[in-house]
Design a protein around this ligand. Structure first.
Ligand code: NAP
Length: 641
């Protein structure tokens, strides 16, 4: 609180500050636009920690002025100035981003930052509506990041709900994945709920226990556990046409149960059903063999001969951690990943930075804004295909080619004496074709250890004692670790879901899951998905942002039911189809939609079922509030309860 803060850490804090974000915060504090002067405007290098390119002498001037202004404010000498108007906010955004902010972004980012303390994501239901909403019994499936979020918003709106969770605690992916080195690969200042900032992230990209702790804390702060039943799995649900309810069969620690609810929100994640590869003989291996998401902490890897199959996001994190511990490590790579050079990936957040977040109002928000801008939509042009591109198939546009060259050079520079290794690890598909990882050198360092071998020959079979590659070479192992990913494309699997007329959702999708805005599907009324089809992201954004937008929209749908007295809603087929056509067109123009790229983002027919092809602002706008015209609203039938 102003007037009582120990200003001792201020000098050190200013040394570590992201100065453009601080300038914007100081506009709030002082009302003075001159914090945005051109000589302090940043010029960033892509993927940097935020170095501004501003000459040191100017930075020193800015810090000195900031020190005086912050001291005045925190000692209570000067009160906070009036909230800046929209034009000034836009100017501040352009300044912090070091770029002109396109039309449409001002409104989106103002809302995301909740500069006036209000966000479109807060449910704003009148007392009358809350009374009606008491009849909309809702089941949330999953208590991970998005299930907790849904629970918070339902509670705020006054909708009665229960959360069922298959695990014994909250946290979802951050509870399940405990492999060595597991950490978030989007900056925590962005990978956190917009309304639950943490000013004390220990690292820019924190480790799994820190993330788990964050979600457990949020659950505690919002007193959510009283709504959650743990150890409960949804096996099956069926829509009862006559009564307009979902009949949901649960497997609980006490045995099978059935509940009836008006609406179901699935928050089951997309990347949590481990996918073991279909390699001949896999079950024959006599030693311990496990998936990265089911890490066997009881298996001591010290001195062992270990095989790792897969080189995706998970392996990229655990291989460097175990390489120094095992006796011999063989990494089987089918396709190399792209790693973006991010030197500060494992670095601590400087204590001064945390101090500023805690004590200087709006600094945290502007820092988050910068993250959003720089590492999200700012990267989209680099992975957008140029339909007229006639360069090599290793890129999709000139910009993409330039980006590729920059990253390839950064990878090659890490192994100047190993051209053989460099050739193996530089992908031949375009940057952005698959999920890009963060590279601070530990991956290449691990692969260059004398006890580590990278094998790119295909795997022919697994035997009782090891792995045989297509060239006939047999290698013996004590342990095999599968970093082979998840059944991501089987949305909502293995739940059985029967909608109108008993139609089975998985049969309806027939391997091609689709949903309107990723959330609703014709024929399956009052079934709302979070992280559903085409809401995944490759280079832009944090999935928490998507979940927050989805939950706002789903709450909007429930509000619509309450306002209209309808008992069921589902998207009109033509709306659903037109949306999916737009999404398909969009995905064809992105690196991950390029025909030469094979990935789990695509289904067997080559359609991208996973990804949102547009900007974050587009999802934000599309999910502001449901348009009643997009839906078939059913008015008859009794409500439960
Ligand atoms: P993944 O990215 O799907 O990687 C699976 C790896 O296994 C790929 O290298 C794949 O090769 C390989 N593979 C699959 N089947 C194979 C087979 N039969 N033979 C040989 N290799 C095979 O899985 P993941 O690493 O678990 O990551 C999945 C997703 O989870 C990520 O994209 C990300 O969204 C999320 N994730 C996030 C974080 C984080 O935030 N820190 C960490 C981990 C995971 P191909 O490429 O050739 O298919």
């Amino acid at each position: 609180m102003a007037g009582q803060v120990d200003l001792g850490p201020l000098d050190q804090a200013l040394e570590t500050a992201h100065l453009p974000s601080l300038s914007a915060a100081l506009v709030h504090l002082t009302g003075d636009r001159s914090w945005l002067r051109p000589e302090w405007r940043p010029t960033y290098t892509p993927l940097s920690k935020g170095e501004t390119g501003v000459p040191e002498v100017e930075q020193a001037r800015m810090r000195a002025a900031a020190k005086a202004a912050i001291t005045d404010y925190l000692t209570g000498n000067v009160p906070m100035a009036a909230t800046p108007g929209p034009d000034l906010v836009r100017e501040m955004m352009g300044f912090v981003a070091g770029a002109d902010i396109p039309d449409g972004y001002g409104e989106f980012l103002t809302d995301e930052l909740a500069l006036d303390g209000h966000s479109s994501k807060d449910p704003d239901w009148s007392p009358e509506l809350k009374t009606v909403a008491r009849r909309l019994h809702t089941l949330v499936i999953g208590a991970g990041m998005s299930g907790l979020l849904a629970a918070i918003r339902l509670e705020q709106a006054g909708v009665p709900f229960e959360v069922v969770e298959k695990n014994t605690d909250v946290g979802g992916t951050w509870l399940e994945n405990t492999y060595p080195g597991c950490r978030v690969d989007s900056s925590n200042h962005m990978y956190s709920y917009s309304f639950e900032p943490n000013h004390f992230w220990p690292q820019h990209f924190s480790t799994q226990p820190v993330l788990l702790n964050y979600f457990q804390d949020v659950a505690a702060r919002h007193d959510l556990r009283k709504h959650i039943r743990f150890g409960v799995t949804v096996e099956e649900m069926a829509w009862d046409e006559r009564r307009a309810v979902w009949k949901v069969k649960l497997q609980t620690p006490e045995g099978p149960q059935q509940v009836e609810v008006n609406a179901v929100i699935t928050a089951v994640g997309q990347l949590n059903r481990p996918r073991y590869p279909q390699i001949t003989g896999r079950e024959r291996f006599a030693g311990p063999a496990f998936h990265s998401a089911e890490w066997r902490h009881d298996v001591d890897l010290t001195g062992k001969r270990v095989a790792v199959i897969g080189t995706g996001a998970s392996a990229y994190q655990f291989v460097p951690e175990i390489a120094g511990k095992v006796g011999r490590l063989t990494v089987f790579q089918r396709t190399p990943p792209w790693g973006f050079p991010v030197a500060h990936y494992h670095e601590d957040v400087p204590a001064g930075m945390n101090w500023l977040m805690e004590h200087v109002p709006f600094y945290d928000k502007w820092y988050r804004f910068w993250m959003f801008w720089m590492v999200t939509d700012g990267l989209l042009p680099m992975v957008t295909a140029d339909p007229g591109w006639n360069g090599p198939s290793t890129a999709v546009s000139e910009l993409n080619q330039g980006f590729r060259d920059m990253i390839a050079m950064a990878i090659a520079a890490q192994a100047p004496d190993r051209p053989d290794l460099v050739e193996k690890v530089i992908p031949t598909y375009p940057v952005g074709g698959k999920r890009s990882l963060l590279d601070n050198g530990v991956w290449m360092a691990a692969l260059q250890r004398p006890n580590v071998e990278l094998v790119t020959e295909g795997i022919a079979e697994i035997t009782e004692t090891g792995v045989v590659t297509a060239d006939g070479q047999a290698r013996d192992f004590d342990v095999i670790i599968y970093g082979t990913g998840f059944h991501a494309s089987k949305f909502l699997w293995p739940m059985k879901i029967r909608g109108r007329g008993g139609a089975d959702l998985h049969e309806t999708w027939a391997g091609d899951p689709r949903a309107y805005l990723g959330m609703t599907t014709p024929g399956f009324p009052n079934l709302f998905m979070i992280y559903g089809p085409n809401t995944n992201i490759v280079v832009n954004g944090s999935i928490i942002f998507f979940s927050e937008c989805s939950v706002r929209y789903i709450l909007g749908c429930l509000k619509l039911l309450a306002q209209t007295g309808a008992v069921a809603m589902e998207p009109k087929r033509e709306v659903h189809e037109a949306f999916n056509t737009r999404v398909d067109e969009g995905n064809r123009l992105m690196a991950w939609g390029a025909p030469q790229v094979a990935s789990w983002y695509k289904n067997e027919a080559g359609r991208v079922t996973q990804n949102w092809p547009f900007a974050l602002v587009d999802y934000w706008r599309a999910t502001l509030t449901p348009d009643p015209q997009d839906f078939v609203l059913t008015k008859s039938a009794e409500l439960v309860g």
